[in-house]
Design a protein. Structure first.
Length: 321
């Protein structure tokens, strides 16, 4: 019986090439696409991580902001690039929400990518206009039930974590609140401060200055732990909303088909960056909690987020467009 050896040799060659890719990676500049405008949490995280990777590997890391369609445009660009680890996307939580908002997506949010690592988590905080006599989540719920249809909640835009956090709160509290989307968080603040809108779920990073200057009243932080920036503000769970937990977050993705060895090398480099005391401090100063972990943990996290937000969309009667 004649045994053909070339398939085995081919497999061995592929394995050797993959190992070599990881050992030598990176040999040229890496581009991190940020599918949002400069200045936000994912942009800051990308720049801090990129700087550390450059220091560690000696290769430049370029940040490319490609905005539009709640992150879809920039993320789709990365999904279509060569799966070699040199073009990555640092996506936000909208990555897990978009499939519930769009009937047709240009990519599969899970199968279209190789998750690298969760980079950070940004707590949201429920704030209320100071024109209302409300000092707690329980008082807000009581007021809303006594005044159906009078409460409005602002958000940084339809389909983001702040919007869906409001929808989840409406459903869990059994309130009739009207959603008013704005084109960005800061554009919503004047109406909230003046009382033209009632409440808002916003990132701690974006609203903490107004809270500390008593221009808005903070009722609860949406994560399971209190924010290091607002330690005096209880969590929503502590405030009486058992089971309520949301956040906006960021994570690094590579195109599907990127070698596992390259993903592993990237994961090591990003975890090393996130564990740097100066990076953690810069993020914390901005109201951002550093992430970390394995690619597998990030994959499971995104899947869990997609299931959670799909249920929120269904319960709120939000129809995909």
């Amino acid at each position: 019986m004649k045994i053909t050896m070339w398939p085995l040799l081919a497999v061995a060659a592929i394995a050797t090439t993959s190992a070599s890719q990881a050992q030598n990676f990176p040999t040229k500049a890496i581009t991190i696409v940020v599918p949002a405008s400069p200045g936000g949490a994912i942009d800051l995280a990308a720049r801090l991580i990129g700087q550390k990777i450059t220091e560690s590997t000696g290769q430049p890391v370029l940040i490319d902001n490609k905005t539009g369609a709640t992150g879809i445009i920039g993320t789709d660009f990365v999904a279509r690039t060569a799966p070699d680890g040199y073009t990555l996307a640092l996506v936000a939580s909208s990555h897990a929400i978009n499939p519930s908002m769009k009937k047709i997506m240009p990519y599969d949010a899970i199968k279209g990518f190789e998750p690298v690592v969760l980079t950070h988590v940004v707590p949201l905080v429920l704030v209320v206009t100071p024109t209302l006599p409300i000092n707690s989540v329980k008082e807000l719920i009581a007021y809303g039930k006594a005044n159906p249809g009078k409460l409005t909640f602002a958000s940084s835009g339809a389909g983001g974590a702040p919007h869906f956090s409001g929808e989840l709160f409406k459903t869990m509290a059994g309130l009739d609140m009207i959603h008013i989307p704005y084109k960005g968080s800061t554009l919503a603040h004047p109406d909230l401060l003046s009382g033209r809108t009632s409440v808002m779920f916003d990132t701690v990073a974006a609203i903490s200055t107004q809270i500390k200057s008593d221009k808005v009243r903070a009722l609860g932080v949406t994560t399971s732990k209190r924010s290091s920036v607002l330690p005096q503000v209880p969590t929503m769970i502590e405030a009486g909303m058992t089971g309520y937990e949301t956040s906006t977050w960021g994570g690094l993705l590579a195109p599907a088909g990127t070698p596992k060895s390259v993903i592993a090398k990237l994961n090591v480099e990003v975890n090393k960056a996130l564990n740097s005391p100066d990076v953690r401090q810069r993020l914390q100063d901005a109201g951002i909690e550093a992430g970390g972990g394995t690619p597998q943990q990030f994959t499971a996290f995104v899947q869990t987020e997609m299931i959670k937000w799909a249920k929120v969309a269904k319960d709120a009667g939000i129809q995909a467009e």
